[in-house]
Design a protein around this ligand. Structure first.
Ligand code: GLA
Length: 401
């Protein structure tokens, strides 16, 4: 079966589609044969638990990346993005000339992984547009991977099941791009659902959609606009430390360690490994508590869990930075804020705040002012609601025909 999920053509998706079509016309003088959309994700709870085979609670964002593509006669991919108006050319049969350390590595990595699924996309002209913050901790990388995997597999006429598609995108990032990420981002981008948060067991890949009512409280993304540096090496180092801690504790992964076992064996680990393990063990428990809080509609409790997660990521996992702290302090000081935490790899990027619905209006201005005064950086702050996962964008809606 071809990847056949179609996105609802709401206003935002239509705008993204129109930008992608215009982009493909401008860069390549072509109209699209396929247009795919993939959202980013909010990490509600479950920071750095996915590669420890643990639990996560994530949401697909309304903001997304769209790719318009059309086949070429040769083997070249000619890709263009309006994010920085840059363009790339690479040969789909000479992917070992990369990676180049640029955004098109995601495309090249995905094409290489499609080959391993017996799918051989030929050349294509491609335009990429996005309304996601780029490299900001909301998983713009999974969005470009998933959108390009859907676009290229559709052009090639290959049947790739959604779960296989998410996994091949993760492999592209692990093996081609070199970031040893877990599976949360790609799964959220593929399987997210409007009005729901997705609970995921990253070992068994069991998923459950938990309804989230945005009438009481809303998610607000606060982008520090602090460029993330050295994220990849620090991220891979954290992952390696967790694997070492698990091995010392005689566990397959930190997922298999609970607070009691960790306390009983604490003297086996050095200070750093003990802190890393303590974060992962406590974060897994927070994810499970977060699901219960959402099910009970207890938003203040969910907010407290977000805040506790942040403290653990800052003190035990050591992935925060001055700008994330300034943003989180500003968020917590604003009226109606129920909790706030850094999201994603860390070291910059975004804070996620849970804000009472009635307080969302004044929130951005107040938090922005305080953050800017403290850091001299201008942030981007926007509310978002859980949205649907990735799919093909219909080229025309019926009323447009
Ligand atoms: C990045 C990775 C994810 C996950 C988060 C931290 O977003 O891509 O797999 O590990 O960091 O939770």
């Amino acid at each position: 079966m071809l990847y056949n999920h179609e996105c609802a053509l709401d206003e935002r998706t239509r705008a993204l589609r129109d930008r992608a079509i215009a982009g493909l016309g401008r860069c390549c003088g072509q109209g699209p044969q396929v247009i795919a959309r993939a959202p980013g994700r909010l990490e509600v709870l479950g920071g750095h638990t996915d590669y420890n085979e643990g639990f996560v609670l994530a949401v697909a964002t309304e903001q997304a990346t769209a790719i318009a593509a059309t086949p070429r006669e040769d083997r070249l991919v000619r890709a263009w993005t309006d994010c920085d108006e840059s363009e790339a050319d690479f040969d789909t049969e000479r992917l070992d000339e990369g990676p180049w350390g640029r955004w098109w590595d995601y495309l090249a990595g995905v094409i290489r992984e499609l080959h391993s699924e017996a799918c051989s996309p030929g050349g294509a002209d491609v335009a990429i547009v996005s309304d996601l913050p780029i490299a900001g901790g909301v998983s713009s990388s999974a969005a470009i991977e998933v959108a390009s995997a859907i676009a290229f597999s559709t052009l090639a006429g290959c049947a790739v099941e959604p779960e296989a598609l998410a996994l091949l995108c993760q492999r592209a990032e692990n093996e081609y791009v070199g970031m040893k990420c877990g599976i949360m981002d790609q799964f959220a981008s593929v399987f997210g659902r409007a009005g729901h948060a997705m609970w995921l067991d990253c070992r068994t890949r069991e998923r459950r959609l938990v309804p989230m009512n945005s009438d009481k409280a809303r998610f607000v993304v606060c982008d520090t606009n602090k460029p993330r540096e050295l994220v990849e090496s620090a991220y891979n180092e954290r992952r390696e430390q967790c694997e070492r801690a698990a091995a010392i504790l005689g566990a397959r992964a930190l997922r298999d360690v609970d607070a009691q076992k960790l306390a009983a064996n604490a003297e086996l680990l050095d200070g750093t490994l003990l802190r890393r393990a303590r974060h992962v063990v406590s974060e897994n428990a927070r994810v499970q508590a977060g699901v219960r809080a959402l099910e009970a509609g207890d938003m203040p409790l969910l907010g407290e869990l977000l805040s506790a997660s942040h403290v653990s990521l800052r003190d035990d996992y050591e992935v925060s930075c001055a700008e994330l702290e300034a943003m989180r302090d500003a968020a917590l000081a604003a009226p109606g804020c129920l909790g706030a935490r850094l999201m994603g790899a860390g070291f910059g990027g975004c804070v996620l705040a849970l804000v009472e619905a009635t307080a969302v209006d004044g929130f951005a201005a107040q938090v922005g002012r305080r953050y800017e005064a403290e850091t001299n950086l201008t942030p981007d702050i926007f509310a978002t609601a859980p949205a649907d996962g990735a799919g093909l964008i219909p080229r025309e809606s019926e009323e447009e025909l």
